[in-house]
Design a protein. Structure first.
Length: 247
């Protein structure tokens, strides 16, 4: 395969990954607490090419080295639902996941049949002392700016609000949860965040910007397809010319 086809094919693969990512962003533009993903491009050079004595002939191909998540805050929307909570500032709620703590900005919570305060997926919210919030009556919950939960004047616990250390390895779990992948890394207590009861944080996806980016990537995809077709036609013409000379 010639260098033009190799570079174009690699570009096609990178653009396909970008299209999948953008489609997921747009699909979650209405998901509470969703954080948009973006791509980080780089150039790949094979070990054989790196060892070449002639760097001028080295072929590099574009690849998406990794995706990164934009943790910027979405708009806070008032709902007046006592179980809707939004975080104003840097931080995450902590929930008890099936394989360890999960962290989320989606504050659309509910009470389970057992009276526990949980996420929409049924994961109980954790407090600073690693317990869950257990409702004691049918009275509404009152949550302070600091995350202290009260009911009928009785304190039920204080929500565990955390933030991630800089450069900590964090992976998405589903669309609105995050999990720290390094067991040696631990989240730290959120220092500058306020809990807003009766509000919800919307997705930080800009639908207009994402749609524009999607169109641009699709055009790049079409150009790379034409480059591969052109390369194929050039190779075919070269073979035909050689056959004429030989004959």
């Amino acid at each position: 395969m010639d260098p033009l086809t190799i570079a174009a094919a690699s570009g096609l693969r990178a653009r396909m990954e970008t299209l999948d990512m953008l489609a997921n962003n747009l699909a979650n533009a209405g998901t509470n607490g969703f954080k948009s993903d973006h791509e980080f491009y780089n150039l790949y050079v094979s070990p054989e090419a790196q060892a070449s004595e002639n760097p001028a002939t080295t072929t590099t191909v574009p690849v998406i080295e990794k995706n990164w998540t934009d943790f910027s805050q979405g708009m806070l929307v008032r709902t007046d639902n006592k179980l809707d909570l939004a975080l104003d500032g840097k931080g995450f709620f902590t929930a008890k996941g099936p394989s360890g703590p999960l962290y989320t900005r989606n504050g659309s919570f509910r009470l389970s049949p057992k009276g526990e305060l949980t996420t929409t997926d049924g994961y109980p919210l954790l407090t600073d002392d690693n317990k869950t919030i257990q409702s004691q009556s049918a009275s509404p919950l009152e949550i302070s700016k600091e995350g202290e939960v009260q009911q009928d004047g009785q304190v039920l616990g204080k929500l565990r609000l955390v933030e991630f250390p800089t450069a900590a390895p964090v992976d998405k779990v589903g669309n609105t949860y995050f999990q720290m992948t390094d067991p040696l890394s631990k989240p730290t207590p959120a220092s500058s965040v306020k809990v807003e009861q009766g509000k919800i944080e919307s997705s930080n996806v800009s639908a207009a910007s994402s749609a524009g980016h999607l169109v641009k990537v699709m055009r790049q995809f079409e150009m790379l397809q034409r480059a591969i077709n052109l390369s194929s036609q050039m190779n075919k013409s070269a073979v035909e010319e050689v056959a004429k000379v030989v004959s």
